[in-house]
Design a protein around this ligand. Structure first.
Ligand code: SAH
Length: 348
């Protein structure tokens, strides 16, 4: 059954009319749901209507199956259970400017990145638009807060679930719904090139984050199988097009793995490839590289780079006009990186 949160206001309206209810009810139901009021709790919807809707669709919010709160920085990690008992993870982080949620886009992932815990058991299924929204709604409801920023960096590859993700983006932006501006949303991809072009055509001013992790095809293909389909050159061409169409700054994720991609030479190579592919004399595309010492996942055997290598890597980039920041680790005491909690749960 389709989740009630996957309906747009217009779709809900059409459905209400179909079941013989006044169309205006749809608006009331939509805005309450997206504020975190469950259908069963609504006082202005009759019993009969509720029962009818419940027979036609899944009306539940994601269930909090586990919740871990960091004693260090208040980061909250959720293991949410969906109606079919599958579990996904979301993380809520507090910054000076407000709350950011990191959400999952699929149950599992089929992209096979060698350092990543979410992909080890493959992909189970895509999430519906409503299950993406549900993570935000359930977290806001549980914590009694308003979330202002969304990053799609949890479990799954968002561009491998394109239609549902785009539908999610449009609904989360609605003023009568969760009302989060596109500029407050980042989508992270391992580089599904044709979908980057497709996304650029939609002209949604979100921030695109590219998980690059290596400056050359040999290194990248060894850690990210997706690179065998679309190499670094093709990926950066797509990034350039995305910037040309949307004008949005790009950000690149670079996970530092000891002895694999973290040498000063790699940094020089990275700066050169970004500058030559993305910047010409007439264009100074703003580029930001986020450096993330790899979170050690037992199965991968990869080791995190030391502080000095990280600092040196950043310095080489900066010297060549590329802004680089070392990601602050939040929630390190609760295993806040993606995929690890779901994996723990499925093995227990
Ligand atoms: N599939 C998307 C989004 C999910 S992963 C993508 O690939 O971008 C979110 C980010 O975490 C990506 O940059 C990913 O490469 C990174 N990541 C995954 N496993 C990691 C690990 N063990 N240590 C550090 N970063 C990791």
């Amino acid at each position: 059954m389709k989740n009630i949160l996957s309906y747009t206001p217009d779709e809900l309206k059409a459905l209400m009319v179909e079941i013989g209810e006044p169309a205006y009810r749809a608006g009331q139901i939509f805005s309450q749901l997206h504020k975190g009021i469950a259908l069963s709790e609504m006082t202005n919807v009759g019993k009969k209507t509720k029962a009818e809707l419940e027979s036609l669709m899944d009306c539940a919010f994601p269930l909090v199956r586990r919740k871990l709160v960091s004693a260090l920085d208040g980061t909250v990690k959720y293991l949410f259970e969906l109606s079919d008992k599958n579990c996904i993870e979301s993380v809520v982080m507090k910054y000076e400017h407000g709350y950011t949620i990191c959400i999952s886009s699929q149950v599992g992932c089929r992209m096979g990145c060698r350092f990543c815990a979410s992909t080890i058991a493959g992909k189970v299924r895509d999430l519906e638009a409503g299950e993406l929204l549900g993570q935000i709604i359930a977290a806001q409801r549980d914590l009694n807060i308003r979330i202002s920023n969304v990053v799609m960096m949890g479990i799954g590859e968002p561009l491998d679930n394109f239609d549902n993700v785009v539908k999610f983006l449009r609904i989360v932006n609605l003023p009568e719904g969760i009302n989060i501006g596109y500029r407050h949303i980042s989508l992270s991809t391992c580089g599904v090139v044709p979908k980057i072009y497709e996304l650029s055509k939609l002209d949604l001013p979100i921030t695109l984050s590219i998980s690059l992790h290596a400056p050359d095809d040999d290194t990248r293909s060894a850690i990210m199988p997706v690179n065998n389909a679309w190499g670094v050159g093709e990926l950066l061409d797509a990034c350039r097009e995305y910037y040309k169409v949307t004008g949005r700054r790009m950000s690149f994720e670079y996970t530092l793995i000891s002895g694999k991609n973290d040498s000063p030479d790699s940094a020089v190579h990275l700066a050169n490839v970004l500058n030559s592919k993305l910047r010409s004399r007439s264009e100074t595309m703003p580029i930001h590289v986020n450096l993330i010492p790899v979170n050690e996942v037992e199965e991968s055997g990869f080791k995190s780079s030391g502080r000095d290598s990280v600092r040196r890597f950043a310095a080489e980039l900066e010297k060549r006009g590329i802004r680089a920041t070392v990601r602050r680790t939040l929630g390190s005491d609760i295993n806040a990186s993606c995929g690890q909690l779901r994996r723990e749960e499925s093995q227990s």
